[in-house]
Design a protein around this ligand. Structure first.
Ligand code: F6P
Length: 320
């Protein structure tokens, strides 16, 4: 019988994590569970950095970016001795089950806890990269796209006024999700993503051709995992003789108030995670597919996500 649950956020923070924490806490308390907040993800779990949370502890956070539980990337948790310390902390504090909120690394940690140490875990997908399976969209991705889009709209104003080529680098080490979405929504002329090969030489020929016909400003969106924006810009200037500028949006994309879509998603998924625990369904990750809330095995959730960028990528290239 589950009486006390822990909740943690781990890996890169994502807007909407706070809304998910709030939902886990309040839904859990409503169902007579005690909820313990674990600070700084798996690092805080290893060090016993815990605090009981009640209804009031999560007041006024639904609209805040970041995570009140703080977060970290924790190498020690990758080791067996680190995991053993974490398990001891859970046992000592009588925590019967864990809700982990985060991305791929967070889920892989939960898989270790469940498969190797039989700690009941449920995952809530929160990462701006939207690179988890079992959910069409992860918490934080919508806000990140909107943040990047706002910046790109502003860049377009100066790009057209000064007839320049802008190379804009967005986040996504292994994922072109933000890049293709923001390129489509912002009307970018080109997008480079880690999932697809590209040819800068060919892109430069298109630019020269367009320039000959009178086009004189471009927005080229580059996912950080595809190329470094400054290198792409240098190459364009070298091959076309046209003026380029570079903007690296960086961590600005991870902050800010979550959009309504992210808050709603986080709230629904937080409650669903608690429901799974109440039903003794562990080793799963919650998500939303075709508008329906569902859950998949954590192992499935971390398999490579197949279809997320391709249709958008193709459309951008047609519309250019
Ligand atoms: O959280 C995902 C992400 O923002 C990636 O898009 C990016 O590559 C990475 O995290 C950056 O990580 P860090 O903040 O640890 O440098």
């Amino acid at each position: 019988m589950i009486k006390r649950i822990g909740v943690l956020t781990s890996g890169g923070d994502a807007p909407g994590m706070n809304a998910a924490i709030r939902s886990v806490v309040r839904y859990g308390v409503h169902h007579k569970l005690e909820v313990i907040g674990i600070f700084r993800g798996y690092a805080g779990l290893i060090n016993g950095d815990l605090k009981p949370l009640d209804h009031r502890s999560v007041s006024g956070i639904i609209n805040r970016g970041g995570t009140i539980l703080e977060t970290a990337r924790c190498d020690e948790f990758l080791t067996e001795s680190g995991q053993l310390k974490a398990v001891e902390v859970l046992k000592r504090n009588k925590i019967d089950a864990l809700v982990v909120i985060g991305g791929d690394g967070t889920y892989r940690g939960a898989i270790q806890l469940w498969d190797k140490w039989h700690i009941p875990c449920v995952g809530v997908p929160a990462t701006i990269d939207n690179d988890l399976n079992g959910t069409d969209i992860t918490i934080g991705a919508d806000t990140a796209i909107n943040t990047a889009l706002e910046a790109i709209d502003k860049i377009r104003d100066t790009a057209t006024s000064m007839k320049r080529i802008f190379v804009v680098e967005v986040m996504g080490r292994d994922s072109g999700f933000i890049a293709v979405n923001v390129a489509l929504a912002g009307g970018a002329e080109e997008v480079l993503i880690p999932e697809s090969s590209y040819d800068v030489g060919e892109m430069c020929q298109d630019i020269v051709e367009g320039n000959r016909k009178g086009k004189n400003s471009w927005i080229i969106v580059v996912a950080e995992g595809a190329a470094k924006a400054d290198k792409v810009a240098e190459k364009i200037t070298e091959m076309t003789g046209l003026e380029t500028r570079v903007t690296v949006l960086g961590h600005i994309q991870r902050g800010g108030a979550p959009t309504a879509r992210d808050r709603i998603l986080a709230t629904r998924l937080g409650a669903t995670a608690v429901n799974l625990i109440l039903n003794n369904e562990f080793g799963k990750a919650v998500g939303v597919q075709d508008g329906r809330i569902n859950a998949v095995d954590l192992h499935r959730a971390v398999e490579e996500k197949e279809t997320v960028v391709d249709p958008f990528y193709r459309l951008i290239r047609i519309l250019t």
